[in-house]
Design a protein around this ligand. Structure first.
Ligand code: ADP
Ligand code: ZN
Ligand code: ZN
Length: 754
């Protein structure tokens, strides 16, 4: 038998198979999906590879597979091939996502975590004889031996405590070969220290029940169907997830729940654990240690786990017998990977749902425009030939489940404030609302869509800004350490006080950051306690959690933060949310600027007044007339959707087409220009001009990062299998040129066009 093996290297030229002989003794074990070690090229070291096909014989003179390391399923290999085609990457890049973490070629191999446990080494009859014949006299030694006899596999500390003895005596018994120490593998478990109090299903409201029934039907019938569960924050989506999972477990199946990385908080996990216990739940996210991820994955593979909760890559969890996939906060951009393979977990969920014949539930209070479009279009509407024919069924929750009312939202015009002479970061209304809240001992969240102390430094005389020499983007001032920092490559510089261009000392920090806001709040409200959360304060493993717990448990008056404060937390005592400037996200260079603004304002407003206390939200803006701000004031998603979808249709943006970003980066400017021009001509020739709009190669908005030039070609059109084939061919042509300095990649509907 001959195996077709893909070598685990990112070199694009190696995205093909090589034949290897399967030695006789391995023939029962090597399957499609095996991770194997093989001799390759001149290297003395074995290379890692994956078997993606098996055949009778080969036309070449071939070597033997040296070793089998891990096995994937047939489906996983098919999925990896599908992904490589759709996300323009190597099959091996995709397979890596499906292997046990900590077993990769370049990774430090994860060691199992072990402890020493104690067993008897001599036969028990012999020991008892020695005790009877007084060969062993020591009371303590006898106590130890008797305890171990009844509790083989106990730990040394246990032994010491229960027998009231000491390590030295135990050691003597080991030395004299009465006892022996055995290494035992223990599982690292991120949920180890969780306490649980079991909760029961709540009685569903009528709306909840209707939504539940629709999905339950598909579970019962083993049918794939995609659902959008659309309902305001607090409308009881999570309760529906919990009850659907319960159903899935009852019929002997398993479930995957995806949540945005940042909302994978203990608060959120607690709700699942308190319903299902922690034994059958695995958690997967990037903050876990590699050892923890390794062990969670192993438990899943061994079939010990029924529910996997995790961020994007948990969609690849090797659960058997899958009965349900849930994607919470489905509009969140973290479901799209920004690194190779540049996959979208929602698309993968669809593939997985179809293969497992199970429903996929997407949940959101502010659905992704594409999702809502698919959920509201007629089955054969597809008037714009989007190719996205498969529709999603809409399930709607219109009320908050516990009858608490939505907060009152006020929009303050900052232009007006300025005209009235108010130069502070707080409008008069926001100031008095904070004051009022402090008086009533209620909590406030202030939200700022920025990070650092200020965004950039500019000379007011000549307009000079301090930019990164490697990346050509503005440096950000960080008060901590008094330095300027590049957010792309990490380059740091000392702060300048005079302009290097014109010598003027009128050099100023522009923009406002969380640190500056905190200072101002401390000045305005000297008696209020504040806590700040942004990328600078959130660095350690649990720090994000620590800040939120501190805010909640110590009843800190004001939480000041960036995006991180927006998602998934529940603070019963927060009644006021202030948005310092709503406009910053309107000015990003992206066709989704309105959508992002509406989403973020609505999510942040949802943080106010979630239990019986009435909430208030104050949004400050220079452009209060903008419809995304107006709609978030009314908390009216459907009105927002109508306006925005009409704009998208008119300007032809997703969902009415896909956007392809073909990126080039190179140390050699000439090479990048030539290559992108060639690619442009090739695409012009291959793609139908009526269906595709291909923009000329241009430098990216951030045109240099870490001394590599960056160019791009943007293509608008519907990407189907035919387009995929053309693009993959284009990439192969490039890779076959063996260019040393230039890299090319293709991203479909990327999060950012920078
Ligand atoms: P969402 O996920 O949509 O934000 P949740 O499921 O978290 O909503 O529900 C919000 C609050 O309402 C929670 O405190 C939850 O316990 C409560 N809740 C949900 N469903 C019900 C119900 N059927 N009866 C009573 N309370 C409910
Ligand atoms: Zn100057
Ligand atoms: Zn830089």
């Amino acid at each position: 038998m001959v195996a077709e093996v893909i070598i685990n290297r990112s070199a694009k030229k190696l995205n093909r198979t090589f034949d290897y002989n399967i030695p006789k003794e391995m023939q029962d074990f090597v399957i499609i999906g095996s991770k194997v070690l093989v001799p390759f090229g001149k290297s003395k070291e074995l290379e890692e590879g994956y078997v993606i096909g098996i055949k009778e014989n080969s036309n070449y003179e071939i070597k033997d597979i040296a070793k089998i390391e891990d096995n994937l399923t047939d489906f996983q290999i098919k999925l990896a091939k599908w992904m490589a085609r759709h996300y323009f990457c190597n099959v091996s890049d995709c397979i890596k996502l499906m292997l046990t973490p900590g077993t990769g070629r370049k990774e430090n191999k994860v060691q199992d975590k072990t402890i020493n446990v104690v067993y008897l080494k001599k036969e028990i009859e012999e020991i008892e004889f020695e005790i009877e014949t007084k060969k062993i006299k020591s009371e303590k030694q006898i106590r130890i031996l008797k305890f171990v006899k009844d509790n083989e596999g106990c730990t040394i500390p246990e032994l010491e405590t229960f027998t009231d003895t000491s390590r030295a005596i135990i050691n003597t018994l080991i030395k004299n070969e009465y006892l022996e120490l055995v290494e035992k593998i223990i599982e690292r478990n991120p949920l180890e220290n969780k306490k649980i109090e079991l909760t029961k299903n709540l009685k569903l409201t009528e709306e909840q029940q209707q939504a539940y029934d629709k999905v339950e039907e598909k579970i019962n019938n083993n049918e794939f169907k995609e659902f959008l569960l659309y309902g305001v924050t607090g409308s009881g989506k999570t309760e529906i997830y919990l009850q659907l999972i319960k159903k899935v477990l009852e019929v002997g199946k398993t479930a995957i729940v995806l949540v945005p990385e940042i909302s994978l908080t203990p608060q959120m996990l607690d709700r699942f654990i308190s319903r299902f216990g922690k034994e059958e739940i695995a958690v997967l996210h990037s903050k876990l240690s590699i050892g923890e991820r390794h062990d969670e994955w192993k438990k899943i593979k061994e079939g010990k786990i029924k529910i996997v909760i995790g961020a994007r890559s948990a969609i690849f969890a090797p659960l058997e017998n899958l009965g349900l996939v849930i994607i919470d906060e489905e509009h969140d951009s973290s479901y799209k990977s920004e690194t190779t393979p540049k996959y979208n977990a929602k698309e993968i969920a669809e593939v997985i749902g179809k293969v497992n014949k199970c429903p996929v539930v997407l949940g959101s209070a502010t659905p992704d425009l594409n999702t809502y479009y698919r959920a509201t279009m007629e089955p054969n509407q597809d008037d714009n030939n989007t190719g996205k024919k498969e529709t999603i069924e809409l399930l709607k929750l219109t009320k908050r489940a516990n009858e608490s009312s939505l907060p009152e939202v006020e929009v303050v015009d900052l232009k007006q404030e300025l005209a009235n002479g108010n130069r502070s970061m707080l409008s008069v209304d926001l100031y008095s609302a904070i004051e009022e809240n402090l008086k009533n001992k209620l909590q406030t969240i202030l939200f700022l869509n920025r990070r650092g102390y200020s965004t950039f430094i500019m000379c007011r005389e000549c307009g000079y800004t301090v930019k990164c020499p490697n990346c050509n983007i503005s440096l950000t001032y960080h008060r901590f350490g008094n330095i300027l920092k590049c957010h792309y490559c990490g380059h740091e510089e000392k702060v300048v006080t005079t302009c290097p261009e014109c010598g003027s000392s009128k050099i100023r920090y522009f923009g406002t950051g969380t640190q500056k806001l905190e200072q101002e709040i401390n000045k305005l409200f000297p008696n209020a306690s504040t806590i700040r959360m942004d990328v600078d304060t959130v660095t350690k493993k649990n720090s994000h959690e620590e800040i939120l717990n501190k805010f909640k448990n110590e009843n800190i008056d004001i939480l000041i933060g960036t995006q991180m404060v927006v998602k998934g937390h529940h603070f019963p005592n927060v009644t006021l949310v202030g948005v310092i400037t709503a406009d910053s996200s309107l000015n990003i260079d992206d066709y989704r600027a309105n959508e992002r603004t509406f989403q973020i304002l609505t999510q942040v407003a949802g943080r106010a007044g979630r239990e019986n206390k009435k909430g208030k939200v104050i949004i400050q803006s220079y452009t209060p007339e903008n419809f995304s701000i107006e709609c978030s004031k009314k908390q009216d998603y459907e009105m927002f959707y109508k306006t925005e979808i009409a704009l998208r249709k008119q300007l032809k943006y997703p969902p009415f087409c896909d956007i392809l970003l073909i990126s080039f980066n190179s140390t050699n400017e000439k090479e990048i220009q030539n290559l992108s021009a060639n690619m442009f001509n090739y695409l012009k020739q291959e793609l139908n001009e009526e269906e595709f709009k291909i923009f000329k190669p241009m430098p990216c908005p951030v045109d240099k990062i870490q001394n590599r030039f960056r160019w791009r070609i943007i293509v608008k059109g519907n990407v189907d299998e035919k387009t995929n084939a053309i693009l993959n061919k284009a990439l192969r042509i490039v890779y076959n040129q063996n260019l040393k300095n230039t890299r090319v990649s293709i991203d479909v509907n990327p999060n950012s066009m920078m």
